[in-house]
Design a protein around this ligand. Structure first.
Ligand code: HPA
Length: 235
C-alpha cells in the first residue's frame, strides 16, 4: 500500500515518528538512536526509517521544508500508516530576547502567515496548538541544565522575509522563534484526531545576532531537542 509520496508497506511505520526537516538528518538520527534501523521510504529522497528505541518501535522520517511539504507527509502518515504521534525536531531563528543560540524551544502553539488553517472552522481564526500529553512528556524529560523555553513560535511561509516591523512585533508578543512547518502540522493533527509536538533548537538569532554555534555546539545542542522528542514519542 503506497501513497503518492511514501512507498512503505502497511505496518512499516511505528505509531510515533520523529520528523526533522532534512532527510539526511533523519538518517543520522535513525542510526544514532534506533536499534536495527531499516529504511522504509526513499521516494523523492525523503528518507524514512523504523527501528526500536528503548525496546519500543519508533520511526524517523524527513518532512522537507515548509508547511506544504510537512503537510503531505503528516497527512499520509496519519491517514494511511496508522501513525498516532509526530514529533518535529528542527531549528529556528530566535526572536524573543529571552532566547539565545543553542537554547531549546518546545512549541506550545504556532502563529503563522500561512492560510493553511484558515478555513477549518467557519468564522473562526484557528489556533494551532501542541498536544498537551506530548508537550508534558517532553518538558518532564528535560535535564536541569537544559536552557528550555516553552511558548509560542511563528511558522512562516517565507525564509527571506521583508515585512517591516514584523519581527519586532513578534518579539513584543514574546514569540520565541521562527521556523516554517509547525502551524500546518498542528492543524493536521487536530483535524485527524492525532497528536503532534515541535521541539526546536535555536540555530541563529534574528534580532540580537548573538553569534552562530560551532559545529561541536550544533551536535551537542541538537541532542537536547532529540532527547525531549524521543521522550514525547514514547510517552
Ligand atoms: N526562518 C525560518 N526558519 C528558520 C530560520 C529562520 O530564520 N532559522 C532556522 N529555521
Amino acid at each position: 500500500m503506497a501513497t503518492p509520496h511514501i512507498e512503505a508497506e502497511n505496518g512499516d511505520f511505528a505509531p510515533a515518528v520523529i520528523m526533522p526537516g532534512d532527510p539526511k538528518r533523519a538518517e543520522r538520527i535513525a542510526h544514532l538512536i534506533l536499534d536495527e534501523p531499516r529504511q522504509v521510504n526513499s521516494v523523492r529522497g525523503m528518507l524514512g526509517f523504523t527501528g526500536t528505541y528503548q525496546g519500543q518501535p519508533l520511526s524517523v522520517m524527513g518532512s522537507g521544508m515548509g508547511q506544504p511539504s510537512i503537510a503531505i507527509y503528516a497527512t499520509e502518515l496519519f491517514q494511511f500508516y496508522g501513525v498516532e504521534r509526530i514529533i518535529r525536531v528542527g531549528t529556528c531563528g530566535g526572536i524573543s530576547p529571552k532566547v539565545s543560540v543553542g537554547d531549546t524551544i518546545v512549541a506550545m502553539g504556532a502563529h503563522t502567515n500561512s492560510n493553511f488553517n484558515d478555513h477549518r472552522i467557519p468564522q473562526v481564526a484557528f489556533s494551532a496548538l501542541a498536544s498537551y500529553p506530548l508537550l508534558s512528556a517532553a518538558v518532564s524529560a528535560a535535564p536541569e541544565d537544559l536552557r528550555l523555553h516553552v511558548g509560542a513560535i511563528f511558522s512562516s511561509d517565507a525564509f527571506y522575509r521583508v515585512v517591516p516591523g514584523q519581527l519586532e512585533a513578534l518579539a513584543q508578543y514574546d514569540v520565541l522563534g521562527v521556523e516554517m512547518e509547525t502551524a500546518a502540522l498542528y492543524g493536521i493533527a487536530a483535524e485527524l484526531g492525532k497528536q503532534a509536538l515541535t521541539v526546536l533548537t535555536v540555530s541563529d538569532h534574528l534580532l540580537d545576532h548573538s553569534g552562530d554555534m560551532t559545529a561541536e555546539e550544533r551536535e551537542t545542542k541538537f541532542q537536547g531537542a532529540l532527547t525531549l522528542a524521543a521522550a514525547a514519542a514514547l510517552s
